[in-house]
Design a protein around this ligand. Structure first.
Ligand code: UDP
Ligand code: MG
Length: 141
């Protein structure tokens, strides 16, 4: 295995539009198809406190109120995945934040609606993955 590849865990959240549009199976399947292993999955309604911790770096952005309303308007599917280079692999198949700019073949490029309603969150670093998993699931082994 190349030195820069390691077994990682990552936090993936299917946002409310994934459930509303009946895309949960499709999206979970795409992560399975790239070889990631599902470790944990839970449907949850998020509190504003959980959202504030999850998106703390974005709280000062003008779009934060819209983002908060979006991710709290219905349940999300919070998941933990494991695999080789899992963080990068997951971000790659999720695609760019704006579905209009995301490549075809990515989840957002194929299925996302707009820059807010883009179906899925994926951790962007090992540190983020650890703190996001703790925020949603508490301390897990
Ligand atoms: N977002 C938004 N407007 C923007 C940028 C982002 O509503 O102009 C939302 C969108 O749902 C995005 C989330 O905020 O997925 C987190 O933004 P980030 O820049 O971290 O994008 P991501 O890492 O999800 O691609
Ligand atoms: Mg991000």
């Amino acid at each position: 295995m190349p030195a820069n590849e390691e077994i990682q865990q990552t936090f993936i959240m299917l946002k409310p539009d994934a459930i509303e549009r009946g895309l949960v199976g499709e999206i979970i399947s795409r992560f399975e198809q790239v070889g990631l292993k599902l470790l944990r999955m839970e449907t949850k309604k998020l509190s504003k406190e959980t959202v504030a911790r999850h998106y703390k770096s974005l709280m000062q952005k003008p779009f934060f109120p819209k983002l908060e309303a979006y991710v709290t308007r219905g349940a999300v599917v919070a998941t933990i995945w494991q695999g080789r280079d899992a963080i990068k692999v997951a971000r790659k198949i999720v695609g760019a934040t704006d579905p209009a700019l995301a490549e075809k073949g990515t989840i957002r490029g194929d299925l996302g609606s707009n820059c807010t309603e883009n179906l899925v969150h994926a951790s962007d670093s090992p540190e983020a993955a650890r703190s996001e998993i703790a925020n949603f699931f508490g301390k897990v082994a």
